[in-house]
Design a protein around this ligand. Structure first.
Ligand code: CMP
Length: 138
């Protein structure tokens, strides 16, 4: 059964100008792009998106980083999309990411880690709704 997940190409991805390469890897891995935007997150929107982490020590830095430049949220679809996308991007900390994963290839640190991927189908639904109306999706 097809499943959807939310990806965000983070500010470091666009700063490094590798967004095209990362999107190609996502397509080559079999994900269909159902929605794609280019936007600058406001502080309020970033705080809401990452509210799940609001008590973590890195929350303030995470919000500051995610609002430091434009981002590209993508709604992706395939079978087992949530787990398969996390496999494709690799561990949150690129130092622990497997060879061949997007973070291993392009990320510098746990914060500047190129791309976000939803961690459960339930969170994916909420995260997709943060950026897309149903009518935006193809
Ligand atoms: P992401 O998948 O977007 O979800 C939460 C983000 O917090 C995570 O990627 C990291 O980029 C960021 N982050 C920053 N510091 C830490 C940390 N110490 N532990 C976990 N996540 C962190």
């Amino acid at each position: 059964m097809k499943e959807r997940t939310l990806a965000i190409l983070k500010p470091d991805c666009l700063e490094k100008k590798v967004q095209g390469k990362v999107i190609q890897l996502i397509i080559d891995a079999g994900f269909a792009i159902k929605g794609m935007r280019l936007l600058q997150l406001s502080e309020d929107s970033a705080k809401k998106f990452y509210a799940i982490h609001k008590d973590r020590p890195f929350y303030g830095e995470l919000v500051a980083y995610m609002t430091s430049g434009p981002v590209v949220p993508l709604c992706l679809e395939k079978e087992n999309a949530v787990a398969d996308f996390r496999k494709l991007i690799g561990a949150t900390n690129p130092a622990n990411a497997d060879e061949g994963t997007i973070r291993k290839m392009y990320a510098d640190s746990i914060e500047r880690n190129i791309v976000h991927g939803s961690d459960s189908p339930e969170n994916a639904k909420n995260e997709i709704a943060h950026f897309f109306n149903d009518s935006d999706l193809v």
